[in-house]
Design a binder for this molecule. Structure first.
Ligand SMILES: *Cc1c(COP(=O)(O)O)cnc(C)c1O
Length: 389
């Protein structure tokens, strides 16, 4: 099988798989608690990838089980007062939009749509004009259903100048395109896509000093301690009346009971990415994306969904304009590619209902993909249109 679905789930390297099996053996030998790995290097590496050193007074990074869990912990705990306005674009990831709708209803927040252009690229003038009314901006650097890279450096600059916190979803961008100049308040990411880690790990990066901007964020579950108290009598009273105190910064969001082997594997993946050189990785992936659009655009009438030179390796293909049943066409193309040993993805409209007019095919080659893989896929797509005629 040739894997061209990095945006869905990449295939971890032998080194990553070995780190996980080694960890499980170690747990067998010394016990799970004693085997717990030191994840400080992974935390420092993730902070470095978003352009920061470790904050002096907090870990800066929390590990959870997925990007969705990290976003849920962060936004679900954010104590925005009723009447607050959260800015999102129409292409925001479906589960984030669902979460925000739910929170808006429960807490009296409002969602405001940040305008975008025809490629769903955020309109910076539009954002600038509405920032005065916003209390929070949530943005995916790259969406799951479109390979367009959002202008996050400019978004970050505008948000900081206006004093509006910005949450950046980097699930599709970290390990894929540069993230370092965004200067966001918090970043939400996932292991198994462009960073090449295993399934079952997500993370939250909070580079700022603990309890500054995020002072008001209190997780629904996770890291708390009791208020300091030496007196047993008032300690008993406090159990029912005093609020537990959240741990400093990102630590409050981390889940402690988890498949630790996956975190150990992810640590190796992140450190290998740093060792390989993020700049070289970004350049290679941008080149693969351009090559894929060049080879696949027009094959069998499928059309690339991004500008040809968009610097990402997340390539979407829209069904030919006259396709009677786009959903069936996308599903059939994906299945025929799989029969030809090419793993690609189909993205349903439900992934971004306000942005996608039809389902699309998604081709997202990993570093090791070749021109031959892409030409083989073009032949699969072209054969489909012959069969129809
Ligand atoms: C995959 C993805 C997520 C969610 O990550 P999970 O680890 O699958 O929960 C969020 N946002 C975007 C843009 C994604 O592509």
């Amino acid at each position: 099988m040739r894997f061209l679905d990095t945006a869905g789930c990449s295939v971890p390297s032998d080194r990553v798989v070995r780190a996980m099996t080694d960890h499980l053996r170690h747990e067998q030998e010394v016990g799970g608690y004693a085997a717990a790995p030191d994840l400080t290097p992974a935390r420092a590496a993730l902070l470095a990838l978003v352009g920061h050193g470790p904050p002096a007074d907090a870990p800066g990074v929390a590990f959870l089980e997925s990007g969705t869990a990290a976003m849920g912990a962060l936004l679900g705990g954010w104590r925005l007062p009723a009447g607050s306005v959260v800015g999102v674009t129409r292409g925001e990831y479906a589960s984030t939009l669902m979460l925000l709708r739910h929170l808006a209803r429960a807490r009296g927040w409002r969602l405001a749509e940040i305008p975008v252009d025809g490629h769903a690229r955020l309109d910076l003038d539009g954002l600038g004009a509405m920032l005065g009314r916003l209390d929070l901006v949530v943005l995916s650097h790259i969406a799951s259903h479109r390979g367009v890279v959002q202008p996050v450096a400019e978004v970050g600059r505008l948000c900081r100048a206006a004093g509006v916190p910005c949450v950046l979803d980097v699930c599709q961008s970290l390990g894929h395109v540069p993230v370092g100049d965004a200067g966001a308040t918090a970043y939400v990411g996932t292991s198994r896509k462009w960073l090449g880690g295993p399934r079952g790990v997500g993370f939250l990066i909070m580079p700022g000093p603990a309890d500054a901007e995020m002072q008001a964020a209190v997780p629904a579950l996770g890291g708390y301690t009791w208020p300091p108290d030496d007196d047993a009598g008032s300690r008993r009273a406090a159990l029912l009346s005093a609020d537990p105190v959240p741990l400093a910064g990102a630590a409050r969001y981390e889940t402690s009971e988890t498949a630790v082997a996956a975190r150990a594997g992810f640590q190796v993946a992140v450190l290998d990415h740093l060792r390989l050189g993020p700049e070289a990785v970004h350049a290679r992936l941008a080149g693969l994306g351009a090559m894929a659009r060049n080879i696949l655009d027009g094959a069998g009438g499928w059309r690339a969904g991004e500008p040809p030179d968009e610097p990402s390796a997340l390539v979407t293909l829209l069904p030919p304009p006259d396709t009677p049943d786009p959903e069936a066409a996308v599903e059939e193309a994906r299945a025929r590619a799989a029969e030809a040993s090419l793993r690609i993805a189909s993205v349903p409209v439900a992934r971004a209902p306000a942005d996608l007019a039809t389902p699309v095919l998604r081709v997202s080659p990993p570093l090791g993909a070749t021109e031959d893989d892409l030409r083989a896929l073009a032949r699969v797509l072209a054969a489909r249109s012959h069969a129809v005629r």
